[in-house]
Design a protein around this ligand. Structure first.
Ligand code: CP
Ligand code: NVA
Length: 308
């Protein structure tokens, strides 16, 4: 039966904190929630949001997800709390976890997130770090499942920077047995430890491909995915990266080389005419707004499992 089950790990800091079975169950719960076949109640639960970086989708989808579960959120904006004045994470985490039932943290270093998790008595969720964006890719794989049903037949090609989103697609893709191809300019490949972990899960199956050729990467792909070339915190590299990423725009020509049934994903926010053209993001193949909506459903499912 499809119902929220407690995860074996306390926290969700990395895509690899969930087992393949836990991911599948979570996606099934999310789909039932979306279809209004499942109504979950977690009255009076409180989610604390600590966001060191900007956010529209992650913040609001967590807020609405909590509200739909019957709970509430507190936005602990670091600039108006003592966090911004440098209160140690180990103190903040011990205090906040006495008030809240779960914490979602968006920050720079993965080690800072791990420090929160170490000192928090309640579960900690990665709401994006420089290394990973695991909540995002749960919504991405939900969107892919809605379209193609069977992950084993999907080829997912990510074109752009080997960043947090690419890293999480690689890890979650490995859990689900999806062929993941990353096409990035030389020097912008994904984190080598992430690649190693995915290859270990793939166990000899050639499911992860890293290339510097976007055209080779889209040949036979069902899903074309991109993200900003310069992530939050990399604003000073923008000019240089815009030059280096020339040729890595998802445009009509690149899309024409993919499978006929290919869909287009982007985690948003998007910079039109840089990583993707306006024409492609607004085309019939685009699923970016379904993908953004699915953030809310998967996070509701995630919270329900963490509260179970
Ligand atoms: N995709 C995503 O995480 O968007 P926000 O930065 O708006 O939360
Ligand atoms: N890679 C982007 C994702 C934004 C949702 C960033 O970290 O800024």
């Amino acid at each position: 039966m499809i119902k929220p089950k407690k995860f074996s790990n306390k926290n969700f800091l990395s895509s690899l904190d969930l087992s393949p079975e836990e991911v599948i169950n979570l996606l099934n719960i999310a789909q039932k929630i979306k279809n209004k076949d499942l109504n979950l109640e977690f009255q009076n639960k409180v989610l604390g949001l600590v966001f060191d970086k900007s956010s529209t989708r992650t913040r609001v989808s967590f807020q609405v997800a909590m509200s739909r579960l019957g709970g509430t959120t507190i936005d602990l904006n670091p600039t108006t709390s003592q966090i911004g004045r440098g209160e140690p994470i180990k103190d903040t985490a011990r205090v906040l976890s006495r008030y809240c039932d779960v914490l979602a943290i968006r920050t720079f270093q993965q080690t800072h997130l791990e420090e929160y998790a170490k000192w928090s008595s309640k579960p900690v969720i990665n709401a994006l770090t420089d290394l990973e964006h695991p909540c995002q890719v749960l919504a991405d794989f939900m969107t892919i499942k809605e379209e193609f049903f069977d992950f084993s037949k999907v080829v997912l090609t990510f074109i752009g920077d080997g960043n947090n989103v690419a890293n999480s697609l690689i890890l979650n893709g490995a859990l689900l047995g999806v062929e993941v191809r990353i096409a990035c300019p030389r020097g912008y490949e994904p984190n080598s430890l992430i690649i190693k972990k995915a290859n270990a899960i793939n166990a000899g199956r050639n499911l992860l491909k890293i290339t510097n050729d976007p055209y080779a990467a889209v040949d036979g792909a069902n899903v074309l995915y991109t993200d900003v070339w310069s992530s939050m915190g990399e604003e000073n590299q923008q000019e240089e990266k815009d030059k280096e990423f020339n040729g890595f725009t998802i445009d009509r020509k690149l899309v024409s080389k993919a499978n006929k049934d290919a869909i287009i994903l982007h985690c948003l926010p998007a910079y039109r005419s840089k990583e993707i053209t306006d024409e492609v993001i607004e085309s019939k193949k685009s699923r970016v707004f379904e993908q953004a909506e699915n953030r809310m459903h998967v996070q509701q499912a995630l919270l329900a499992c963490l509260f179970s």
